[in-house]
Design a protein around this ligand. Structure first.
Ligand code: UFG
Length: 325
């Protein structure tokens, strides 16, 4: 079976490409390399191309003839989406339509979409299930809701079937430290923590200690990137088994506060790095925890790395290696 992966040279895409290759799928990565790295593509070939280049995209469909498409290529930085919304709507929405259009033209009826917990905005209840209203609070989240809506309408009108996976806080790295988060400007808490432990940053800022949570800092559901990859593989099998279009939350179902993550990072790395309490960061919901019952029950997904120390350790080992490159 052949799977076309857009954004396969990026952080999450590259872990899924690895998992697909190890499971015997034939994989082709299509990535414009704006943030992706050719070295991160551990399985299959890489075509450097942009989703706005519909001619190139069609050539790839015509020659590779995929049986399924996984779509990771998107921008993900919330504050940037507030400053440059058009950039987000153009890439995350219009380019997704280009890809779906190519799927329809080449009769590729299985589509897996990278969605996000940001579609919920500030959820009314925790843990949040897939029925919670979609009230994104920034252009990034809205751009993802727009694609979900388009997929829903397009699949209702024809043969396309899709799975939309709403990611919570994806973190950690490959066990052998071959791939991991590779953005210089990464803002994600665990990446910032291990970079601070390694002295790449002078201190870690905690954005707000006055939230209505047990210790006053925000609570998140951190899911190891290899468990998230596995959610993609079970979704793919589901679509190959003729499963109908579905949406699943991807998280473990329990959260850690920022303080808990920072304490764990100090313990795992063995470095008592400097931490400063600063004000709240705009747009942070106090708590975001997935109810992933549907993913577990419908697809039989069983996470193997629901362990904060393991997540931090793999991120740390990868980050050490990055320094030596
Ligand atoms: N945080 C800090 N200091 C840092 C970095 C983060 O205190 O240096 C805090 C944040 O304020 C937040 C928590 O750590 O409370 C987690 O922040 P991340 O940036 O790691 O992740 P987010 O929860 O902001 O973002 C994630 C996804 C987004 C998605 C969003 C939905 O990465 O793609 O959840 O709210 F949009």
């Amino acid at each position: 079976m052949r799977v076309l992966v857009t954004g396969g040279a990026g952080y999450i895409g590259s872990h899924v490409v690895k998992a697909l290759g190890e499971s015997g799928y034939e994989v082709l990565t299509y990535d414009n390399l704006s943030y992706g790295h050719p070295d991160s593509v551990l399985c299959g070939d890489l075509v450097a191309g942009d989703l706005a280049d519909t001619q190139k995209l069609r050539q790839v469909f015509a020659s590779f003839r995929p049986d399924a498409v996984m779509h990771f290529a998107a921008f993900i930085v919330v504050p940037e989406s507030v400053k440059e919304p058009l950039k987000y709507y153009r890439n995350n929405f219009c380019n997704a339509l280009n890809l779906i259009d190519a799927c329809l033209e080449f009769k590729v009826n299985r589509f897996i979409f990278s969605s996000t917990a940001a579609v919920y905005g500030i959820p009314g209840k925790i843990p949040v299930n897939e029925e919670e209203p979609l009230e994104p609070i920034n252009p990034y989240g809205r751009s993802k809701v727009m694609v979900e809506n388009a997929l829903s309408d397009i699949s209702a009108a024809g043969d396309l079937r899709y799975v939309s996976l709403r990611y919570f806080n994806v973190s950690g790295a490959d066990e052998k430290a071959r791939i991991g988060q590779n953005r210089k400007d990464a803002t994600h808490l665990i990446t910032v923590a291990v970079r601070t432990a390694l002295g790449k940053k002078p201190y870690l800022e905690i954005y707000g200690i006055d939230y209505p949570t047990p210790d006053g800092t925000c609570v998140r559901d951190y899911i190891h990137v290899d468990d998230l990859s596995d959610a993609h593989l079970v979704s793919l099998r589901y679509l190959f088994d003729n499963g109908r279009s579905e949406i699943f939350n991807c998280g473990y179902g329990h959260g850690y506060s920022v303080k808990e993550v920072v304490d764990a990072a100090k313990r795992v790395t063995g470095v008592d790095f400097r931490v400063i309490n600063t004000g709240r960061r705009e747009g942070d919901p106090p708590a975001l925890v997935a109810d992933s019952t549907k993913l577990r029950n419908t697809l039989g997904w069983k996470p193997g790395h629901d362990d904060l120390d393991y997540i931090i350790r793999t991120a740390f080992e990868w980050e050490k290696k990055l320094r030596n490159d």
